[in-house]
Design a binder for this molecule. Structure first.
Ligand code: UDP
Ligand code: MG
Length: 329
């Protein structure tokens, strides 16, 4: 039998879009940390998300000089979500980390995160910012508002300040890849799949070089994407308004009848006309809401999300199996 212990492999997935200024800094820092973590093998998987600068040329050079470096280059810019998906799909490691190229996700945290998985029994370690220091005020305000809304209308809870910097076991990665939906919001999907997660927080760090790729408008669209992906509440709005209109119409009709009986007359026919219009409008909206409910069910079905995800079976508990085999022999 081979006595040499096989070291676990950690794949670091790095989405890069026009990051020629930041990637060299990132590579230097990640190799420094990899050097400290002598009990782990590394694979650095860069995903070039259709960069138009020298990112790809630099990655080619890196891959030629360092066997641990691999890269996937997109035909055009598909967005960070697609880049993360491609990274997870191509990762071969036992553990997988997703990190930004601009060192806003400090590689120096990796030893602590890996220890939580290897020694404390966690399946994944997620990170969040403890402060939004250094971010524009309006951006923070909208971010806070977004989290308040989404956590009211979605069953999956989103953690304010959560980053895409996650370290996970292969099992969690496979679970995330089982969610084939096209409109992706990885932070939400990560919460959806569950497993035993440890959260750690750190102060906001400024990007090392280059510029942010997220404009305010891009972030706004991204938050709408999250709401649509994880909540069907907007589809129920029509039902709500329809029901309210019907209620107002019924109250109005009662008032009209009472006034008529009491002999109080306004312009003949006008109050009853308004009540009928309100009622018909309400019924229509209510019916649209019912349609919305069916559409929301169809929408959820069309995502093809798995019915369940397994965290462990008796086969995973290798030690137990080994003792069982030994006693059988
Ligand atoms: N990114 C990407 N595709 C995009 C936009 C961004 O792969 O279309 C990458 C980018 O290269 C970086 C990470 O996603 O590694 C985070 O982007 P950025 O730092 O610009 O966002 P911020 O930290 O300002 O939110
Ligand atoms: Mg950044």
């Amino acid at each position: 039998m081979d006595n040499k212990k096989k070291l676990p492999m950690l794949t670091v997935v790095v989405p890069c879009y026009n990051e020629e200024e930041a990637v060299p800094f990132f590579y230097k820092e990640i190799t420094r940390v990899a050097g400290i973590m002598s009990e782990t093998n590394f694979e650095f998987l860069f995903v070039d998300d259709g960069s138009s600068d020298g990112t790809l040329a630099y990655l080619r050079k890196l891959a030629a000089s360092d066997k641990r470096v691999r890269y996937v280059s997109f035909s055009r810019n598909f967005g960070k979500e697609s880049a993360m998906y491609a990274g997870l799909e191509n990762a071969t490691g036992d553990y997988i980390a997703i990190m930004d190229a601009d060192l806003q996700d400090p590689p120096a945290l990796l030893p602590e995160m890996l220890a939580a998985i290897e020694n404390e029994g966690y399946d994944s370690v997620a990170t969040k910012r403890s402060t939004r220091k250094g971010e524009p005020v309006i951006r923070s305000m909208f971010a806070r508002m977004f989290y308040r809304i989404i956590n009211k209308i979605s069953k999956v809870q989103m953690v304010p300040g959560a980053r895409d910097f996650i370290l996970m076991k292969r099992r969690v990665k496979d679970a995330i890849l089982k969610m084939p939906e096209y409109n992706r919001y990885t932070k939400g999907i990560f919460n959806w799949v569950g497993f035993k997660v440890k959260w750690i927080s750190y102060d906001n760090i400024k990007r090392i070089a280059g510029k942010t790729k997220w404009s305010f408008w891009k972030l706004f669209k991204y938050s709408v994407e999250c709401i649509v992906a994880f909540s069907t509440a907007p589809l129920a709005i029509a039902s709500f308004f329809g029901f309210m209109l019907c209620l107002i119409a019924v109250v109005g009709i009662i008032v009209v009848v009472i006034r008529d009986c009491a002999g109080i007359q306004s312009a003949a026919g006008w109050p009853s006309m308004i009540c009928i219009m309100l009622f018909i409008g309400g019924v229509q909206l209510f019916c649209i809401g019912i349609l919305g409910t069916y559409i929301s069910k169809t929408y959820l079905e069309s995502k093809g999300r798995p019915m369940y995800l397994t965290a462990e079976t008796e086969k995973d508990n290798v030690n137990v199996n080994e003792t069982r085999m030994n006693t059988e022999n």
